[in-house]
Write a protein of this length. Sequence first.
Length: 217
Amino acid sequence: MKTLTIDVVSDVVCPWCYIGKRRLERALALLAVKYPDVDPEVKWHTFQLNPDIPPEGMPRADYVFNKFGAGGIAKYEHIASVGKDVGIAFAFDQITRQPNTVVAHSLIAMSEPGMAQDAVVEALFKAYFLEGRDLTEASVLIDIAVSAGMDRAEAQAHLQNSDLHSQTIDSDKAAREMGITGVPFFIFNRQVGLSGAHDGETLLQGMVEAMNATTED
């Protein structure tokens, strides 16, 4: 089997990142059909859309107003429409708290890349965007982690690990130092980078280009 590494830089409160995840899944399904000898390895990396939000978060209404002004919630209507196309029923009206995402990202970082990490990422997206759960609450984050298959005691330890949180913040800084300013951002075999929630076919093209470049090297 040939290996294809896929690094995804993302934030759990980025709706386009959730859409990007669905489109990546579409690309991986296409890859499995067209290139059955390729074994993709997906790893998720930290990016904070709002690194200056305090640890306790802030009211969602204030966040939207500060970002878009009066009537800003209408900005999400287009995103909701795109979400429906990929099977995501965004419930933006259910979100009451805009969180700082350092601790949530720490749970992702400590998950084993692959299916285990994917489960944590998916659970966080679902809890925030579909259920409007408060990602600033430790008990909520622990329940989310457990629902994704993580041991409760392990999740509790990650939430209380300040060194891990510092590493997560450093990962966010490292992404910015690489020149990443928006997410989702996909990196294939460390050769090809694509910024944005591209459709599955475009993401597949990036994968193929990266594999060809790796072969030529």
